[in-house]
Design a protein around this ligand. Structure first.
Ligand code: MSP
Length: 640
């Protein structure tokens, strides 16, 4: 029997960026699909990684005085660690600076060059440095980059080009004839619109003199590979040579998941590159929407980046995984709000699902001493519950084809609600009062528990840890992966007679008071972040008490090369202040001089002597120059 194979990928993230919920979003979504497919019995290859070449990395490394390689070796860890924290089950993690990746990029470049799919030509265009992209005159918006709206510069140089334009008709035909190829439909139409204009060839090189941090072209060492041409190949470079890729069974990928901003590079560049190499395009490229915060794009300069690490610490990993996929349809944009997150946690997770598990396990404890009873008779209510479960399972399976995560979760909650209603309608607390009722109660408790098991399997891809805990509480010792979707084909997989465990709150509720506190704290944290920009308010500045002072005495501190001990008259009192100026000033020359001091600095001891303030001075490459005035202002005068 041949194995069923399935491949899903996320974009590879720019290693320089601080991971935010936008990155977590794609990765969690891909993880959910990967986990679901494994439950369906597929052998899954799930790939994510980091994009490590290009100008921005080079510049950042330069600023830090490290090599680009040292820089990316450190930075890529932030993504790796985040994915571990978020229970991401990726099969591999590709970095574009790895040998295995560079080898395939070079081999593809050489093959395409040999086949004349890549040629050299001179090129004049508008270049956007932050986006590392050339634009034509007509692409520009108000003379600026159409993507980031920043300034572009006109550049003329020799470069290498991939004959992308010749694949335009093939690509149009492919998109039109395969409705599943690019989704959602609105995005597919955008790509079709883009292809109405002539498709130009793609510049795939950058002169090394301008940008050394990239993969050198194998046929011209004066150039490096354009980052996008390099990065897109990540989806296949993990498998080795082109023959290895074909033999792996993981290409074409079932889903290349991307954000809407990078759909063109995937639908157009990537598909035509694959065509030229002789590989199939992915079966599906799905472009999801963007998260904004209070209606604005997340960005460092706006101080509104929502950090997944912080969120997970505050609310729990599974709550975030659930919220991001439940709140908005996968193809649409969504606005992130902590309030909405707390709302979902309290209602869907704590009240509906958590409470269902809690009361079921508690009642099995109370009425059957924690042993799962054997179901007896089956009545109308029981059949209705089983029918709902069957219908939900079938529908969920179908909805995965459309990656309609929010609909999948909505559907699953129909079973949560139906099971809660089943308990309310059958009323275990009343049944427990009579012998006849107790017989019926066995069936009711068994069915409620089995329904929870079904929910545990269905929700496992979204909330793996919580569902594992749910199974343990129900006394199931098989892992959810072992149970698989197959275990949902017939009702009644739970084994009567097994011991359930002590009920544990899966999702503790956040009470109103606590919610107000959390939201206020988050606001303060955001204000603190604003301080990271280096700016302070006038109120902050006013806190510093700067005053003029006259030096009355000055002597060198014994055993110190730098320190001079001063007595300074600041109008109201005389202060003892230590200043690190001995290498630039003789003590005697200082006497009678007016300086500016920080008068409200907390006293500190230096070499055992207390310093009660600080003298302002400039350090010009080791030469110290005291700040002063053109004229003598007198002592104790405030300086602003
Ligand atoms: N390195 C390229 C991708 C190369 S793939 C061969 C890149 N990296 S990125 O880090 O800028 O973006 C990676 C993904 O994160 C993209 O799919 C992008 O859409 C997604 N997101 C970035 N910000 C986002 C939001 N605010 N919301 C949702 N997703 C967003 O592009």
């Amino acid at each position: 029997m041949t194995e069923k194979k399935f491949c899903i990928t996320t974009p590879i993230y720019y290693v320089n960026d601080v991971p935010h919920i936008g990155h977590a979003y794609t990765t969690i979504a891909a993880d959910v699909v990967a986990r679901f497919k494994r439950l369906e019995g597929y052998q899954v290859f799930f790939l994510t990684g980091t994009d490590e070449h290009g100008q921005k990395v080079q510049e950042a490394a330069q600023k830090l005085n490290v090599t680009p390689q040292q820089h990316v070796d450190k930075l890529h860890q932030r993504f790796k660690e985040l994915w571990v924290k978020f229970d991401i089950s990726n099969s591999d993690f590709i970095r574009t600076t790895e040998e295995r990746h560079k080898t395939l990029v070079c081999s593809i470049l050489q093959t395409l060059f040999d086949k004349d799919e890549i040629y050299r030509d001179s090129y004049e265009g508008w270049y956007c440095t932050p986006c590392e992209r050339f634009w034509t005159e007509k692409d520009l918006q108000d003379g600026n980059c159409p993507e980031c709206r920043r300034k572009v510069e006109k550049i003329k140089e020799h470069n290498y080009f991939f004959r992308m334009g010749k694949y335009q008709d093939w690509l149009l035909e492919k998109i039109k004839s395969d409705p599943h190829f690019i989704l959602p439909v609105s995005r597919r139409n955008e790509v079709l619109g883009f292809l109405e204009n002539p498709l130009e060839d793609l510049c795939i090189s950058r002169p090394k003199s301008r940008l050394p941090w990239g993969i050198p072209l194998p046929f011209d060492e004066d150039y490096v590979t354009y980052v996008w041409f390099d990065a897109l190949i990540n989806y296949i470079s993990i498998h080795g040579s082109l023959d290895d890729i074909r033999a792996s069974g993981y290409w074409p990928a079932d889903h290349n998941m991307v954000g809407k901003d990078i759909l063109t590079t995937h639908a157009v560049y990537w598909s035509t590159m694959l065509k030229a190499i002789g590989l199939e395009p992915p079966k599906n490229i799905f472009a999801h929407g963007w998260w904004t915060v209070n209606g604005q794009k997340m960005s460092k300069s706006l101080h509104n980046v929502v950090e997944p690490n912080q969120l997970a610490d505050q609310f729990g990993v599974d709550v975030i995984r659930y919220f991001l996929l439940r709140e908005v349809p996968f193809g649409s944009d969504g606005d992130f709000s902590h309030k909405a997150l707390i709302g979902r946690l309290n209602s869907d997770l704590a009240n509906n699902l958590g409470n269902l598990l809690n009361r079921t396990v508690n009642m099995i404890k109370k009425y059957f001493d924690g042993t799962l009873p054997e179901p007896a008779t089956t009545g109308e209510e029981d059949n209705a519950l089983q029918n709902t479960a069957r219908e939900v399972i079938d529908e969920v399976r179908k909805l995965y084809d459309e990656l309609a995560f929010n609909k999948i979760l909505q559907k699953i909650w129909e079973l949560v609600d139906t099971t809660n209603q089943y308990i309310d309608k059958t009323g275990p607390w009343n049944l427990a009062k009579t012998d006849e009722g107790k017989e019926r109660l066995k069936t009711v408790m068994y069915n409620a528990a089995e329904s929870l098991r079904v929910l545990g399997v269905l929700l496992f891809p979204f909330m793996p840890k919580s569902c594992a805990s749910l199974m343990l509480q129900l006394g199931v010792d098989k892992t959810i992966e072992e149970q698989g979707m197959k275990s949902l084909e017939n009702w009644g997989n739970l084994t009567s007679g097994t011991k359930t465990q002590k009920a544990k709150q899966l999702f503790p509720r956040i009470e109103d008071k606590q919610a107000v506190k959390i939201l206020a704290e988050l606001e303060t944290k955001n204000d603190d972040k604003k301080d990271e920009s280096g700016q302070i308010t006038i109120e902050d500045f006013m806190k510093v008490d700067l005053r003029t002072g006259k030096i009355l005495e000055a002597e060198k501190v014994k055993k110190s090369k730098k320190l001079i001990q001063l007595k300074v008259d600041i109008g109201t009192e005389t202060r003892q202040i230590l200043a690190g100026i001995a290498e630039s000033y003789e003590p005697e020359s200082l006497i009678g001089r007016t300086v500016i001091i920080v008068a409200n600095l907390k006293p500190a001891k230096l070499m055992g002597i207390e310093s009660q303030g600080m003298v302002l001075a400039a350090n010009n490459d080791g030469t110290i120059l005291l700040a002063g005035f053109d004229d003598e202002p007198g002592q104790g005068i405030q300086v602003r």
